[in-house]
Design a protein. Structure first.
Length: 273
């Protein structure tokens, strides 16, 4: 491991991975509690369209992903006013827009770089500028989450009651959409578009199995996220596979282990009683 970290690209990847492992579950826990985990999947595909736009215009693809994903996140919130009972339909609309844009640009032959590394994740593509973008977006996101923490918990558990209590639900929902876009944008280099949503939802799903309160669930979500992403990063390097897909497999494996441990613990308690 020490030998591996002598390479500059691995140091860059480790830097980005640490921020990803903290930011994704912070965003993911609110998405899961609001039963919006599929929004993460929709917006991760939206990031591919932003990436292709960035590559086509010779701009930084992470910045392109952030801008386009933020627009799609705001669009989801806007469409909720028209399709209140059909959240899945809203996601289909935005997904169609995103995937259609990405495929059209890729097939046009006007891309000035290959987008494949963003689809599957690549530790070789993390640049110094990407690190700066990740640092800025992560800090802004974490500070915003801290400032809006109580309001977002209120909204996560009961949006209608939060409105009655005077919480500016619509404004906070738009802000949260941008935070999701930021989390996705900073993660796409390492994890890749195709499995990015797993990094948002699976550590939270694993932590929920422990049956703790909100704060402890958030802490355990970050703990599991760190394990998933760092193991995925290091092992994928030695196995010479894409880090995104392998990290997703580790996330599923950790979830299964926790479920097995929970079942085993329940069985032992039953035997003792």
């Amino acid at each position: 491991m020490i030998l591996m970290l002598q390479y500059g690209f691995m140091q860059n990847a480790l830097f980005v991975s640490v921020f990803i492992s903290i930011l994704c579950p912070c965003i993911g826990i609110f998405l899961v509690l609001r039963r919006y985990s599929m929004i993460g999947d929709t917006l991760s595909h939206a990031s591919l369209a932003g990436i292709t736009i960035g590559l086509m215009t010779n701009q930084n693809p992470i910045l392109g992903a952030f801008i386009f994903t933020s627009i799609c996140g705001a669009l989801i919130e806007f469409l909720r006013s028209y399709f209140r009972k059909y959240t899945d339909l809203i996601l289909t609309i935005v997904l169609s827009l995103s995937v259609g844009t990405a495929i059209t640009i890729i097939s046009s032959g006007k891309l000035k770089a290959n987008a494949d590394s963003f689809m599957f994740g690549s530790i070789l593509t993390v640049t110094k500028f990407d690190m700066v973008m990740v640092l800025i977006l992560s800090l802004i996101s974490v500070v915003t989450l801290i400032l809006l923490y109580h309001q977002m918990i209120y909204i996560a558990y009961d949006e209608e009651t939060a409105k009655i209590a005077g919480v500016k639900v619509k404004l906070i929902n738009y802000i949260f959409s941008i935070l999701v876009a930021a989390a996705i944008s900073v993660s796409v280099r390492i994890v890749g578009v195709l499995v990015l949503s797993s990094m948002i939802a699976l550590p939270v799903a694993t932590a929920l199995q422990l049956g703790k309160g909100f704060k402890l669930t958030l802490i355990f979500s970050i703990f599991f996220s760190v394990i998933d992403i760092l193991l995925g990063l290091f092992l994928s390097y030695y196995l010479n596979v894409a880090p995104g897909g392998f990290t997703a497999l580790i996330s599923v494996a950790v979830l299964i282990l926790v479920l097995f441990g929970k079942k085993l613990s329940s069985s032992l308690r039953a035997l003792q009683s």
